[in-house]
Structures are given as structure tokens and as C-alpha cells.
Design a protein around this ligand. Structure first.
Ligand SMILES: Cc1cc2nc3c(=O)[nH]c(=O)nc-3n(C[C@H](O)[C@H](O)[C@H](O)COP(=O)(O)OP(=O)(O)OC[C@H]3O[C@@H](n4cnc5c(N)ncnc54)[C@H](O)[C@@H]3O)c2cc1C
Length: 224
């Protein structure tokens, strides 16, 4: 694996604790939507602290974008990332696996687990292929929903979008955790692809439920 040193070009606050980072793209650097890199900060105390982050840009863009949840309470890499200014250097590995699109299906995301689906859905939008796909996006509160406006626009272009909030009662949204009843109510065909990304428990529980409800284990594509 080759290390690539790149500069931060710009940052943008997306929600209270999520920031997007526009970053230089190394030469001859290619990836598939859903892929990630190991990223560290090019500072003496941080350069060996590698953490995985997913591209939310498309391969054809001239720069890279990451969408990162900042954990200020942990004193780790994301806290430091949140403090970096434009021009700061990051070290990126080559892209690696994780979730990739295998065909129409249901995307189940918990919080920052949406990131691989941002890239995949942006690619489908560009290819005019959103129709027939469903996004079920669970968040604690309305203000935690990452890129809601963009997903609402995708809804107009054929993506079915269901938001659910687990810690806020709000009549504009579903107000429950994604569980067996929720999936039975919202999904009438379990013979399709399911893409799941979020906290480990979210991924584990939903995988078991989907298989119980008839999904083919080979069609349940997960990332934690
Ligand atoms: C393939 C892959 C792709 C990913 N893509 C993205 C992405 O695009 N965007 C994104 O936001 N995230 C993504 N993640 C998750 C991301 O990698 C983590 O959020 C990140 O590594 C956290 O780094 P950190 O150093 O800030 O915190 P950590 O490494 O979690 O922790 C730093 C310190 O806090 C302590 N700590 C750990 N957990 C807790 C806790 N629950 N409470 C209190 N203290 C704790 C640790 O012991 C450590 O000392 C991805 C993960 C994977 C596996």
C-alpha cells in the first residue's frame, strides 16, 4: 500500500457533529463508490493513528470528499480532524473494499453509516438509476439527518426515502427504531439486495432480521 499526502482544501459543517472535508486527489487515484481509505493526520503525534473513512465524492470529481462524524468527547482522530484548517495535510492509503453496489435494493443506514450510500446514491443519480432503490435512514433527531436536502431531491428523481427518528417525536417522520415490525411494514419484497451500514449492533440485528424474513444471505451486503 502506498501512502498519499494530500492537503485539505475546504471544510463545511453538515450537522452539529458532522463535517465534510474537500481534499486534494492524488494523481492516478481511482475508487469505486462505497470504498474507503485509511486516513491519518500528517502531524507527529497523529501520523500513525489511521482511521477508515469512506469517499463521499465520485471518482470523476477532481477532488476527494469525506463526510466525517466528529467525536469531540473521545480525544481521538476525529476531534483533531475537526480542528484542522485548510492547507493541513492528511495521509491516505490506497482505497479498499467495503460496500459496493450490486443492483437495486434497500439501503439501511444508521447515522454516519450513511457515508458509503452517499457515494453510491450520487452515482445512481448521475446514471439516472435511482428508481427501484429505497433508502431507510435512521437518526436520533431531525437535526442529525446528514444531507437531507440532497436525499429529498433524490426522492423527486425516483429514490424511495424513509426517515425514522429514534429520540424525537416528530409527525413528519417515522418515530421508531428499525426492527422486525418496521421492516415487515415497509418492505414487501425480501428477494432483493439489502445494504446495511451503521453501528455494529445495527448491522448485526438487521442482518439477522432480514435473513429471518427471507432475504438471501448473499444479497445482504454489510459494512460496520
Ligand atoms: C470501512 C469504514 C468506513 C468508515 N467511514 C466513515 C465515514 O465515512 N465517516 C465517518 O464519520 N465515520 C466512518 N467510519 C467510522 C470511523 O472510522 C470512526 O468514527 C473513527 O475511526 C473514530 O476515530 P476517533 O479516533 O475519533 O475515535 P476512536 O478511535 O473511536 O476513539 C478514540 C479514543 O476514544 C475512546 N473511545 C472509543 N469509543 C468510545 C466511546 N464509545 N465512548 C467514549 N470513548 C470512546 C478510545 O478508547 C480512544 O482512546 C468508518 C469505519 C469503517 C470501518
Amino acid at each position: 500500500m502506498v501512502d498519499h499526502i494530500v492537503k485539505i482544501l475546504n471544510t463545511k459543517q453538515i450537522t452539529d457533529n458532522v463535517k465534510s472535508f474537500l481534499v486534494e486527489k492524488p494523481n492516478n487515484f481511482n475508487f469505486i463508490p462505497g470504498q474507503a481509505v485509511d486516513l491519518s493526520i500528517n502531524l507527529p503525534d497523529y501520523k500513525n493513528e489511521k482511521r477508515p473513512f469512506t469517499f463521499t465524492s465520485l471518482n470523476e470529481y477532481s477532488n476527494l470528499e469525506f463526510t466525517i462524524k466528529i467525536y469531540n468527547e473521545r480525544n481521538g482522530v476525529t476531534k483533531k480532524l475537526g480542528e484542522l484548517q485548510n492547507g493541513s495535510e492528511l495521509i491516505l492509503s490506497d482505497p479498499f473494499g467495503a460496500i459496493q453496489y450490486k443492483g437495486k435494493g434497500v439501503f439501511l443506514a444508521g447515522g454516519a453509516g450513511i457515508t458509503p450510500f452517499i457515494a453510491i446514491l450520487r452515482q445512481l443519480k448521475k446514471d439516472k438509476a435511482l428508481k427501484g432503490n429505497t433508502l431507510i435512514f435512521s437518526n436520533k433527531t431531525e437535526k442529525d439527518i446528514i444531507l437531507k436536502e440532497e436525499f429529498d431531491q433524490m426522492k423527486k428523481e425516483g429514490l424511495e426515502v424513509i426517515y425514522t427518528l429514534t429520540r424525537e417525536l416528530n409527525s413528519k417522520y417515522e418515530n421508531k427504531r428499525i426492527d422486525e415490525d418496521f421492516l415487515k411494514q415497509k418492505i414487501n419484497n425480501f428477494n432483493q439486495n439489502f445494504y446495511i451500514c451503521g453501528p455494529i449492533r445495527f448491522v448485526g440485528e438487521l442482518t439477522s432480521i432480514l435473513i429471518k424474513l427471507g432475504a438471501n444471505p448473499d444479497s445482504v451486503i454489510v459494512e460496520t
